[in-house]
Structures are given as structure tokens and as C-alpha cells.
Write a protein that binds this ligand. Structure first.
Ligand code: 5GP
Length: 191
């Protein structure tokens, strides 16, 4: 019997390094993949449509909401972001574990729709370190940085709702912890 994949929901404030952690995780675990979300935000330099995000116009996004194509969606920093049902179903049916790297609003929707999900929150070592990382990324204007920092504090307050909290003080250490969670959760489901 082939094991069904796990649905993993990973949230954390902007700049905490979720993308880097997930990328390294995929390099170490071929049975896990990341869902490609749809968004109305503009691509950043180097981002590729269909790889980083499906970049949609606001009109297309709203149309897909009406058609019921999203498992969850939310407005974040003035843009829409959403997880396509088709993306998740395709990977889970193929027996892959799938990671949704989404914000807290989206995670709460998944908690209602898919309570079997495993909810992981990634924390920065400190707020000072988070601000440093956001500034180093330097893709945002100063105004956006303040907005992202304010939202970060709101999101961190929600970390307790998640099943697991991980501090990203070191990428390899954070990845090792998520791999342990995956192994433990798989064991739990097949005892
Ligand atoms: P960014 O613009 O930096 O790529 O992402 C901004 C925020 O949107 C991050 O907190 C990210 O986790 C969240 N996000 C990305 N994709 C989705 C999604 O499909 N749904 C929801 N709810 N949030 C998302």
C-alpha cells in the first residue's frame, strides 16, 4: 500500500527565511515538495512564473476565487496570495508530502478545511535579527519594511496556535528539525 503524503503548513514572518529553509529541505528529502502559490504581486528579480509563484492579474485571481479553485487565499501586503486545490491534490495523490508556505490567515483556513495538516511556525532568533534580514534582502522600500515588521509581530503572536515552533537560527538545524517532525508524523499515522 502506498503511503499518502503529509500536508505540512509552514508560516513565519516575512524575512524569517522560510523560502531558504524549504529549498534546503527539498534538497534533502525527495519525497517532499512545495506547493506553488498564485499571487497578484509583481515578480521580484529572478523569480520565474510557475516556479516561484503563478503570477496572475487581479482579475484572473478574483475569477479563480469565484470558480472555487483555491484551498485558501488571503490578501497580504495589498496583494492576493492563494493555494490552488489542483496543485495540492496532484502532489498528495502522487504520494508526496506537500508544504504550503503561507501566511497565518491562510493557515487558519487550512486548519478548518484540512485538520489533518501539520502546522509549523518558523520564528526568527529575535526581532532585531528579523529586521536585519529584511533590510539585507533590500527588495522592499522602507515603507514596506515597516509594514512587514509590524505584521511580523502580529504573526509571531499566532505561533502558539501551530503544532510546532522552530527558531531559524541556523538553516541546517531548522531543516533537521522539520525532517524529524516529518519522520515522527509518518510513524504516528502508520502505527
Ligand atoms: P512574499 O511576497 O514575500 O513572497 O510573500 C509574502 C507573504 O505571503 C508570506 O508571508 C508568504 O508566506 C505569504 N504567502 C505566499 N503564498 C501564499 C498563499 O498561497 N497563501 C497565503 N495565505 N499566503 C501566502
Amino acid at each position: 500500500m502506498s503511503e499518502p503524503g503529509l500536508l505540512l503548513i509552514i508560516s513565519g514572518p516575512s524575512g524569517v527565511g522560510k523560502g531558504t529553509v524549504c529549498k534546503r529541505l527539498l534538497q534533502k528529502d525527495a519525497s517532499t515538495t512545495v506547493s506553488v502559490s498564485a499571487t497578484t504581486r509583481q515578480p521580484r528579480q529572478g523569480e520565474v512564473d510557475g516556479e516561484n509563484y503563478y503570477f496572475l492579474t487581479k482579475e484572473d485571481f478574483l475569477h479563480k476565487i469565484e470558480e472555487g479553485k483555491f484551498l485558501e487565499w488571503a490578501e497580504v501586503f495589498g496583494n492576493y496570495y492563494g493555494t490552488l486545490k489542483s496543485e495540492v491534490e496532484r502532489q498528495l495523490n502522487a504520494g508526496k508530502n506537500i508544504i504550503l508556505e503561507i501566511d497565518v490567515q491562510g493557515a487558519m483556513q487550512i486548519k478548518t478545511a484540512c485538520p489533518q495538516g501539520i502546522f509549523i511556525f518558523i520564528l526568527p532568533p529575535s526581532l532585531e535579527e528579523l529586521e536585519k534580514r529584511i533590510r539585507q534582502r533590500a527588495t522592499e522600500s522602507d515603507g514596506n519594511i515597516s509594514i512587514r515588521l509590524a505584521k511580523a509581530q502580529e504573526e509571531i503572536a499566532c505561533a502558539v496556535i501551530y503544532d510546532y515552533q522552530i527558531v531559524n537560527d541556523d538553516v541546517d538545524h531548522a531543516v533537521a528539525q522539520i525532517l524529524s517532525i516529518i519522520a515522527a508524523e509518518k510513524g504516528k499515522r502508520f502505527c
